[in-house]
Design a protein around this ligand. Structure first.
Ligand code: GUN
Length: 301
């Protein structure tokens, strides 16, 4: 069997580089006498994963010089109380970006909350106006994970034009938007895209015909070595938290790719952690900066 000497896609390093660029832009805004863009995050309840993600967003804002506020609600908050807060923040000119950390408790409709957010402040890119605009290639806020993956492909100059890209997973926040971006007439883009999911037949055959595989199903080590062709590019979006006795936090992250089996077959592969994750955060930071600059939707729109 041919062994590729694969190249590790270092999302952490790329994110650090972009972070410096964003920080320099924020510094310039402040030197011009304007306020730094302001991200507001709403967190409902105390889910460990959500707590960690939001804390990471707030820390990255601080490191880049962006302003951030964290608004907390308990698990038993009513949908109306949450919607009232969203409307208040929509009307607040001092708020540039607004995110509500998902998932929300079952008694609250995530969709109603997402649609309540002013699309001009929707730096998560979840509002149907942003989703629709992205699907037809109009200026919009793009969701953070797919945008981060596009940046990685761009940074490593990985050829995508005419390639077969298989996406595993059809979620609204990764699989579907990723498919849109990979098929877009652009570089990175111009792929032939297949979206596979839990009901797909012939999944192994689909994967074996892929030049690029983006695994985003949330099933630890789902993608095995015998599902990947020689020279493929593999992007691992999985971040399942499993208990661990060896880490300080008491858990570790597991990707959707059986890395040790898959990596030797790849031309490029992302690790977990240190691949897609840091790029996701940085994309949110970039969107917040764009929101502050009114660079996506002008002042009048
Ligand atoms: N939950 C998982 N991913 C995300 C994300 O990108 N944004 C928000 N708000 N919640 C999430």
């Amino acid at each position: 069997m041919e062994e590729h000497s694969y190249q590790l896609i270092d999302g952490k390093a790329v994110a650090e580089q972009i972070k410096k660029e964003l920080a320099a832009e924020v510094e310039k805004i402040k030197q011009d006498g304007r306020k730094a863009p302001h991200l507001v995050a709403i967190l409902v309840g105390h889910d460990g994963g959500s707590e960690a993600y939001v804390a990471n967003k707030v820390r990255n804002c601080e490191e880049i010089g962006l302003r951030s506020s964290l608004i907390r609600f308990e698990d038993d908050v009513t949908e109306q109380a949450l919607l009232d807060k969203v409307n208040e923040l929509n009307a607040d000119d001092d708020v540039d970006g607004l995110i509500v950390q998902m998932p929300l408790p079952k008694h609250i409709s995530s969709q109603r909350v997402i649609e309540a957010i002013d699309y001009r402040k929707d730096v998560d890119g979840f509002h149907p106006i942003n989703v629709g605009r992205m699907s037809i290639g109009l200026p919009c806020f793009k969701p953070a994970t797919p945008a981060g993956i596009i940046e990685l492909l761009r940074h490593y100059e990985i050829p995508t034009k005419g390639k077969h890209c298989v996406i595993l997973g059809r979620s609204n926040i990764v699989g579907k938007p990723m498919a849109m971006l990979m098929m877009q007439k652009d570089n990175p883009g111009d792929c032939t895209v297949t979206v596979c999911h839990s009901r797909s037949e012939n999944l192994r055959e689909m994967c074996l015909s892929a030049d690029i595989i983006i695994a985003a199903l949330g099933v630890p080590e789902f993608l095995k070595g015998d599902m990947v062709k020689e020279g493929a590019v593999v992007i691992d979006v999985g971040t399942t938290r499993v208990p661990s006795s060896v880490t300080k936090s008491g858990y570790r992250l597991m990707g959707d790719v059986a890395f040790h089996e898959v990596a030797p077959k790849c031309s490029y592969i992302t690790p977990v952690p240190g691949g897609v994750g840091p790029m996701t955060i940085i994309s949110l930071m970039r969107n917040t900066l764009l929101a502050g600059k009114k660079a996506v939707f002008g002042k009048e729109e």
